[in-house]
Design a protein around this ligand. Structure first.
Ligand code: TRP
Length: 458
């Protein structure tokens, strides 16, 4: 028994398609939008270091476990967990990992589509030349006009979800695989152009100092929890997305090497995005690095609007953000779609339409939390803040913890080994050690201390 099952959804056409798809999933709003503003509000320096350490010591081992679980079953996360549970003779409660994953992926997608919608709106604004010679105050106004207009937000949110639907409905090879091989090269090219621009036109030195001058005084448990949550978010782990993608990974590929490549690419992109955005922020008077979620949408347009050739660059930049968000969002939709196809025998297009609609409705909560309902707060959170905090800082770490414990202790050892045969014994031990002891213990401590810190201060 235990021959490698076949995927009913298809397989990535090569190792590189998997790397590109997983990198496409990882590199998204988390890197370009969230990382810079969160690092900014926690003071840069030490936060960035903790974030990178979390990626390496917690993120990479957990991501390997996730890919392994997906590939061992070649099914959607819910059925992949079922497969692993049955094959290992363990308690059926572990299957919750799959359910929680799919559910939280849809929650994330609901607000992700709204923020991606902002980028689409800005993309058309720059195309129309509306951001030309913008002052700091104008920029704040442009942004508040956008988020203050629910209809405009819904329009873009719908457009973005339609883009995702379109790709996911077309299937693993013809949809996801093809989209990724077109989108990722564009993304890397744009990123390099943007990086050069930041070095040439911005205050690169201050940005560097801000991100890499380690000031440990400013670090609280709350900040560490944020850094860890962001590490999970940006790697797309703890949510079934990578498990679903792992299910389509060719059997002979090395999980360890592939995951390491993805994690490195992802961190490099976050750091580049941070350097780029802060170079521009520090070169523009009147904008604080701690500006919050609007950072990218306020500081960058000002800088672009006042620079020679800035219109073209800002057009390219928002194009980059939309592409990055698009290649991530499809990985949030795919796990649930794959599950509906497997268990409910629904066709792929129907499943994609149904789930996008569900996500669209949920997203209305986020849309309204920026305008009509912005003063409705529970323990200091608007609906959007609450979703963001709940998913990134609670659900992702807890499922990451469960995945680490399951793959580290519970799953049958020979099944784990079978997916890791390429790994040299010493690396296998290193990975198992990180997965069993370092990741779960660190996640638990950071989680408990962070939550305590957060709620003891409200
Ligand atoms: N990693 C993406 C980003 O950085 C977001 C994302 C895509 C994600 N799929 C995910 C986050 C699955 C958590 C889980 O923008």
């Amino acid at each position: 028994m235990d021959v490698q099952p076949k995927s009913m959804h298809g397989i990535w056409s090569s190792r590189w398609t998997f790397i590109l798809a997983a990198t496409g999933s990882a590199v998204g709003l988390g890197n370009l939008w969230k990382f810079p503003y969160v690092a900014g509000s926690f003071g840069g320096g030490a936060f960035v270091l903790i974030y990178l350490v979390c990626i390496l010591l917690i993120g990479v081992p957990v991501m390997m476990a996730e890919v392994l679980l997906g590939r061992a079953a070649r099914k959607s996360p819910i059925n992949a967990m079922h497969h692993a549970v049955v094959a290992s003779g363990s308690r059926s409660g572990w299957r919750l990992i799959g359910w929680v994953g799919i559910f939280s992926a849809l929650l994330i997608l609901s607000f992700y589509a709204v923020i991606a919608g902002w980028a689409m709106d800005y993309f058309t604004l720059t195309a129309k030349g509306a951001l030309y010679k913008l002052s700091g105050d104008d920029a704040v106004l442009v942004f508040s006009n956008l988020v203050g207009d629910p209809l405009r937000l819904v329009l873009w949110q719908s457009a973005f979800l339609a883009l995702c639907l379109f790709v996911v409905a077309a299937g693993v090879q013809r949809g996801l695989g093809r989209a990724i091989t077109i989108l990722m090269p564009i993304l890397f090219l744009l990123l390099i152009v943007m990086m050069l621009l930041a070095v040439l036109k911005g205050d690169f030195y201050s940005a560097w100092m801000f991100l890499f001058a380690f000031d440990f005084e400013s670090i609280t448990w709350r900040a560490v929890l944020e850094a860890m949550g962001l590490a999970f978010f940006t790697l797309s782990i703890g949510m079934g997305a990578i498990m679903a993608y792992g299910a389509y990974m060719p059997a002979e590929d090395s999980i360890g090497r592939t995951v390491l490549t993805v994690a490195i690419l992802d961190s490099v992109v976050a750091v580049i995005a941070g350097l780029m955005i802060f170079s521009i922020v520090f070169a523009t008077p009147g904008i604080e690095p701690s500006a919050g979620p609007g950072l990218m949408f306020i500081s960058l347009p000002v800088a672009f609007g006042n620079m020679a050739g800035g219109q073209l660059l800002s057009f390219l930049f928002f194009f980059l953000v939309v592409i990055a968000a698009w290649s991530s969002a499809i990985s949030l939709l795919e796990p649930a779609v794959a599950w509906l196809i497997e268990d409910k025998k629904i066709s792929r297009p129907k499943a994609s339409i149904f789930l996008s609609f569900l996500v669209w409705i949920l997203g209305l909560g986020t849309v309204l939390s920026f305008n009509i309902a912005k003063d409705i707060k529970v323990v200091g959170f608007t609906f959007f803040d609450a979703l963001d905090f709940l998913t990134a800082n609670i659900m992702l770490p807890l499922s990451g913890f469960a995945i680490a414990v399951f793959a580290g202790f519970i799953m049958r050892r020979d099944l784990v080994r079978a997916q890791m045969i390429d790994l040299k014994t010493k690396y296998l031990w290193l990975w198992l050690w990180l997965l069993r002891y370092v990741a779960p213990v660190a996640v638990l401590i950071i989680f408990l201390m962070g939550i305590y810190d957060k709620f003891s201060s409200v």
